[in-house]
Structure formats: C-alpha cells, structure tokens
Design a binder for this molecule. Structure first.
Ligand code: GLA
Length: 739
C-alpha cells in the first residue's frame, strides 16, 4: 500500500516509485497542498503549508480568517469566502448566492481504483494502485465533496477526480467544477508548456514564461480541440529532454477544458485543470451527485523525456482498453486524399488490388459513400449507401475487398447532420440550435443534439446497422465541426448550461455501446484531423487520427508534440502523396515512410498512380512496419534531436524495455552547408552492451553501418555520426540489436 498517513501532523502521502504527493489538513478543517516532487521517505512537511509562520491558522488567530483564506494553498479551492485566486469550485445556491467553504470530515483508503461512472478513466487492479479519498463538506449549503487521489505502484503517476453530492433539500448550481488543483511555491520560476495549434498544425510545443496573473489555455468548442490540447506542464527554465523539472497534467476528457496557472501575490503558483467554466452550469438536485473527470499528473525531475515515458506506459497499461492495443494493426490504405468524394466501387477495387500487391492489408473507404454526398455540402445523417457509387451496397464492396485479401473499413461522422439531408428535413429540431436564430454552420453542417435520448438512440441504430450490414473491421469516427448555438429542447432553462458536458458524455455512451456490440472493431477517432486527440478518446479507441497534415516537415512538429504525452502506438500516421495536399511540399517516398512508421502506419494516396519506383518501395516499408512495430508500440520513446529547436534535423528512437533492440529515426529536414557529419547522442541503451547497427531502406547513400558493432556507452556518450545527405527531407532508419 503506497498511501501513508501521518496522524499526528494530519498528512496523507501518496508514494509512487520515485515521487510523492502530499496533502494535509490544517487546523483540523482545511485540506491543503503540501508537496509534489521527488519521493519522500515519510509523510511529512506540514510546515510547507506555512500555517505556523504567521497566525494564519484561524483557531490560533481567534479573530477572523480572511488572511488565511486568501493565502492558504488549498487542495481544492473554492470561491466566495475570502480566497481571491482562481478557484476549482464555484457553487450558487437556490437563493442565487455564490459561496462555498469546504471543511475536512474524514478519509478512506481503497486498494485499486474506483471507476468513474460514464466517464473514461485510467484503471488499475488491486495491487496496482491505491486510492485516497478525502471527504470535505460545506454544511451551510449542504454540499459534500470527495477528493479522490490515486497513486500507481509501478508508475510515477497520480490521478485526481472529484465527486460532489448535494446533501441539502434544495437544488445547487455548480458553475465551475475542476478536477485538479494544487498550489506551491514558485521557487523554480516555472514556465508553462502547452500543446497548441490549429487545423493541420496540431499540438505544437509552446513554452511560456509565467508572471504575475493567470495564464490559461483551454477549449470552449465542445471538443478538446486543435487549438489547445488538454495537457500542460509546469517546467523549470532549465528543463529539457533529460534534465530539469516537468510536472505534466493531462485531462482524461474530450470536451471543453481549462488549464490555469496563476502566479499569486505571494509568488505561489496555483495550477488548475478541469471542465471549462465558460457557459457551464450544472443543476445538482437534492441527493444527486456530479463526477468531475479525471486528471493525470506526472512529476519528473529528469526532464520531459521521463515524463513522456511515464505517460506512455500509463496509457498503454492503464487507459487504452482495446484488444488492438498490443496487436499489429492492419496496414491500411485510405482513399480520402486519393479520390476525395469522387470514387465508385471499381475505383476502390482498383486501389485494393494494387495495394494488395504491395503488401497493404486493409482498405478504408473514407467520406462520400452515403446519401448524395458528392461534396461536403450534403447528406450527413443519411447513412444509406449511395448505390450509384457502390452498386449492391456495402456488403458487395466489402466482400470483393475481402476476396482480394484485404480487410475493409469505413468512415462515418455519426454526430452530424447536413442541412441538405433527408434526416434534417425530417427532424430539423434535432440539430443543436437556439429558437429564432439560424445556427452557424461549419463545413456546411449542423451538430445533432445527442444529449437527447431519442436522437442518441437513432444515431446509435444507424451506426449499428451499418456495421452489421457488411464485414467491417475498422471505423474512422469523425467529427468535423465545433459546437455553437448551444440550446437543447431536451433541457429545462436552468439546465441549458449542462449541454456541452452532456454532449461529451453522449459521445462516450455511443462509443461504449458500439464497442460492446462490436468488441473486435478497430476504432480510430478523428476530428478534422486531430481536434479530438485526448486521453478520453483513448479509452475507446487505441488510435486517433493525428492530423490531416501528412507533410513530413509539419509532421515533425505535430508528432513531437503529440508524443510528449501520447504513446506512438496511438498516433494515426500515413504516407501521403507528394506534393503534399496541404503544404504543396515535395518529399521523398522513403522519408514519408520513415515518419509514418512512428505511428499506426498506413497510406493515404492513390497507389494506382504511383511510379513503379515508388510502388516498389512499399513492400519494404510494410515489412519494416511488421519488423519494428513492437518497438514503437511497446518500447521506451526517447527524443534525440528536435527540428523545432535546431531547424535542421530531427531524431528520435524507441528502445525495447529489455534494451536489446532499438530503432532510430533521423530526418535531415534542411541540408545546410557543413563538411562535418551530424552527431547524435543515442539514449536509453545498455552502456555495457555492444550493439550491431543495421540501416533499413534509406536513400542518398549508405551510412555504411550495416554490420557495424558499437558499444552502447559510445553510442550514448560519444554519439553516432550521420553523414549529411544531398537534398532536403532525407532520412535514415537505423536498427540496433545487442550482440
Ligand atoms: C476530416 C478528416 C479527414 C477526412 C475528411 C472527410 O477532415 O480529418 O481525414 O476523413 O474529414 O470528409
């Protein structure tokens, strides 16, 4: 059991192998944050709450508690009673008054980790994790709060979530309910790292200096979003891959979120994360409970690399449930950028035949196969086959694809409806809208109000009947717009603020139902590329489409940011066409293949139009995927060099857990005049072993490595020399195996 209680000092310590998270009770009443950092031997350090330095403790002061309320590092800060920092909880009572003060009433410790009803969350069996629950209550308004903290036995990860219960006889209105909050001295002068972007440029790493005030990132778009990912890290200014402090927090949720870092008047830093309060309000009836989704936190004092590897292990072992997690995924070819909406059975069959010859294993039919969908202007919601394109329907096509020897998968966008669709003409009131106002369209579509049971059931039946109609092995579940014009005919006036959260819960329910009915289905979530790339989605799908941008140079930024907290095995990555459809940039086929190998791997181009030379490279790339997949999927990820930082080249590697094998990917983005070769320092190898190096499928001249034997310590401390290659966007894939 890794939870330790110090009764005398009223402290609770959650110990992981190398970290400790300590909370304490001050004055017998107030839950405070004490410490989060390197592992402590014992639950101690109550003085870090500074309750003894000044008569801040209300009982010692025997006067008023204002000063205390305004400076105490609350473990779950509230609003309205003297704390002026940004709160985690804001409550309005039925008289319209805002104010809440939570007092400690007790604790409980459980082996394992309780599930969060209706919500995705990390899971752990008894022996793998322990959970501390602190019970707090505000007797004045009649609110109970359960603060849950879980620590994992073999991983340096802590999770937090909150359950609120109305114990009064009147409704309460929750206006801000975050899941994570901690406040600590800013002696480290933390910076805030976030993953920011836009369409086709998701999850680029941004580091911002924190100064007095509140710095926040978030989404109010109804999905986790391309603009900001629900991940942030406090990092010390010296933090790099291998050194410095990185304290990452990640929200296991797919809707609106906020992460806030406030530097207070006393140079403390308060870090909050949870559901975005913008537009949010939740009516809590007497006796009812509200569960706030989970936040995962990871502390590393060995830089970002260690933090990344902990998140990767946690998600692979304790979040992704799919039976596909550890399996090799079929190498797919998706027809989106090959044909867009312009295809028919014969075109798809010609792609499938050619793909099969090259060693590809699954055909995915993207958007455009249903209703009268010849552009993005119509037919979402009309989930019946367009027989002009696909005579005989899905079964005929799927069977023919199967006969060729490929699996078959499809694209769907179940949450949406086009104004020009039979569904919308029949049920205009099913679209999210406000009476009297024309709802805003994005990509010429509306969002279905799946918070309503009848709409949700209808959507589910559509999905289920499509999946039953043919041999469909894979679904790409897309979501191509933000939510707006919030208003639901299914909710009373004082519940309209619940719609965004209920929408996210409805998506979870739909995917849960689908996976219960089709347990072996390979599900890939998607949202205009990677706008719903978050740990919540990983609970349902083992992979998520990372970005519509397959341009290698842009992908280096996107995949670096994504891999900061998401395992490579979940990053949807394909070899796209050249020139690239988004940037127009030209890149060698080999380099495109090497970049995609660090993800789920597949193709998104018209294989029938490739040159013979390019086509001839595919079987080797497919073989590389099968040969090296286990390294990317199960290994430890190390970032070796960053094009974002050096503007010249990028390199990363995956090392097997037993350090027997490793795979290094090196991409020379820009060839800059220099007679010297590159020198990269490998990581994570066994310093006492000798590795045999072998190069796979590179162009532009051999490294002359094949058969080379180099000791692990030399590769790590002396480095590996990589000659410059003529031209830009050239790459190397280097396999290392212990002698
Ligand atoms: C989104 C996805 C693309 C493709 C299109 C189809 O943009 O990200 O991969 O599926 O929709 O409309």
């Amino acid at each position: 059991m890794s939870i330790e209680i110090n009764e005398k000092e009223q402290l609770f310590a959650l110990h992981t192998p190398e970290t400790s998270y300590v909370v304490g009770i001050a004055d017998g009443l107030y839950a405070g944050h004490v410490y989060y950092g390197k592992r402590l031997r014992h639950a101690s350090g109550a003085y870090l709450m500074r309750t003894g330095q000044h008569p801040f403790i209300p009982s010692a002061l025997k006067r008023e508690k204002g000063t205390f309320m305004s400076v105490f590092p609350f473990a779950y800060p509230t609003q309205g009673v003297g704390d002026y920092r940004t709160p985690a909880l804001q409550v309005r009572n039925s008289r319209g008054m805002r104010g809440c003060e939570l007092h400690y009433t007790g604790y409980r410790i459980d082996a394992g980790k309780p599930a969060l009803e209706g919500l995705p969350a990390t899971f752990a069996k008894e022996g793998e994790a322990s959970t501390l629950t602190l019970f707090l209550a505000d007797e004045v308004i009649g609110l109970e709060a359960e603060l849950r903290f879980t620590c994992f036995e073999d991983l340096d990860a802590i999770t937090r979530s909150v359950v609120l219960k109305n114990t009064s006889g009147e409704p309460l209105y929750l206006e801000k309910v975050l899941s994570f909050s901690m406040e600590t001295d800013n002696a480290e002068h933390f910076e805030l790292l976030s993953l920011s972007g836009t369409w086709a440029r998701e999850r680029n790493i941004i580091r911002s200096r924190l100064d007095r005030g509140i710095y926040s990132v978030g989404s109010v778009r109804g999905e986790s979003s391309q603009q900001e990912n629900p991940f942030t890290a406090l990092v010390s200014p010296d933090c790099c891959e291998d050194r410095g402090i990185a304290l990452g927090v990640h929200f296991v949720y797919s809707g609106n979120f906020i992460a806030e870092a406030e530097i207070t008047e006393n140079d403390m830093v308060r870090l909050n994360m949870g559901i975005h309060p913008g537009g949010f309000s939740w009516k809590l009836e007497p006796g009812a409970s509200f569960t706030a989704p989970e936040v995962v936190s990871v502390y590393s004092c060995e830089g970002l690399g260690k933090m990344s590897r902990t998140f990767h292990d946690l998600y692979r072992e304790h979040l992704i449930r799919s039976p596909w997690l550890k399996r090799e995924r079929p190498i797919l070819i998706n027809n989106w950028e090959a044909t867009y909406f312009n295809f028919n059975t014969e075109k798809l069959i010609s792609i499938a035949r050619e793909a099969k010859k090259c060693g590809i294993e699954m055909l995915v039919m993207d958007d455009g196969w249903f209703g009268r969908r010849d552009s993005d202007a119509s037919s979402l919601g009309d989930w019946f086959v367009n027989e002009e394109k696909l005579p005989g329907g899905l079964k005929v096509l799927a069977d023919r694809v199967n006969e060729i020897g490929l699996k078959f998968g499809i694209w769907m966008e179940p949450e949406m409806v086009s104004p020009d669709s039979e569904l919308y003409r029949a049920h205009p009131d099913w679209a999210i809208r406000q009476p009297g106002r024309d709802p805003v369209q994005f990509r010429e579509q509306y969002v279905l109000d799946i918070t309503r049971r009848e709409v949700r059931d209808y959507v589910y039946e559509q999905v289920s009947s499509i999946l039953k109609s043919a041999n469909i092995a894979y679904v790409k579940w897309d979501m191509n717009r933000y939510l707006a014009d919030m208003g639901s005919l299914g909710l009373d006036a004082d519940r309209q603020g619940e719609q965004m959260h209920r929408y996210t819960l409805a998506v979870y329910e739909l995917q849960e139902r689908m996976l219960a009915e089709f347990p072996d289905l390979l599900l890939e979530n998607c949202s205009s590329g990677g706008a719903r790339f978050d740990p919540g989605m990983l609970y349902y799908s083992p992979q998520i489409w990372c970005s519509d941008d397959m341009d290698v140079a842009e992908r280096l930024f996107i995949q670096e940011g994504t891999a900061l907290c998401y395992p490579l095995s979940c990053i949807g990555a394909h070899v796209g066409a050249s020139p690239n459809h988004t940037t127009g940039r030209v890149a060698p086929f080999i380099t495109r293949g090497h970049a995609a190998l660090s993800g789920t791997f597949g193709y998104e181009l018209d294989v029938t139009k490739l040159s013979e030379e390019e086509k001839a490279l595919i079987p080797g790339q497919c073989a590389d995927y099968h040969r090296f997949h286990h390294l990317a999927a199960d290994g430890d990820y190390y970032r070796v060099a960053s094009y974002r930082e050096n503007r010249e080249y990028d390199a990363w590697m995956s090392v097997s857990k037993d350090k027997r094998e490793a795979l290094v990917t090196f991409i020379q983005v820009l060839n800059r005049p220099n007679f010297r070769s590159y020198r990269i320092f490998l990581k994570g190898l066994d310093p006492e072993a000798v590795y045999r190096l072998e190069e796979s499928g590179s162009d532009g001249g051999s490294l002359k490595l094949s058969g080379d034997r180099i000791p692990g310590d030399v590769l790590m401390y002396g480095g590996l020399l990589i000659p410059r290659l003529p031209g830009d966007l050239k790459s190397r894939l280097i396999y290392l195996v212990k002698e």
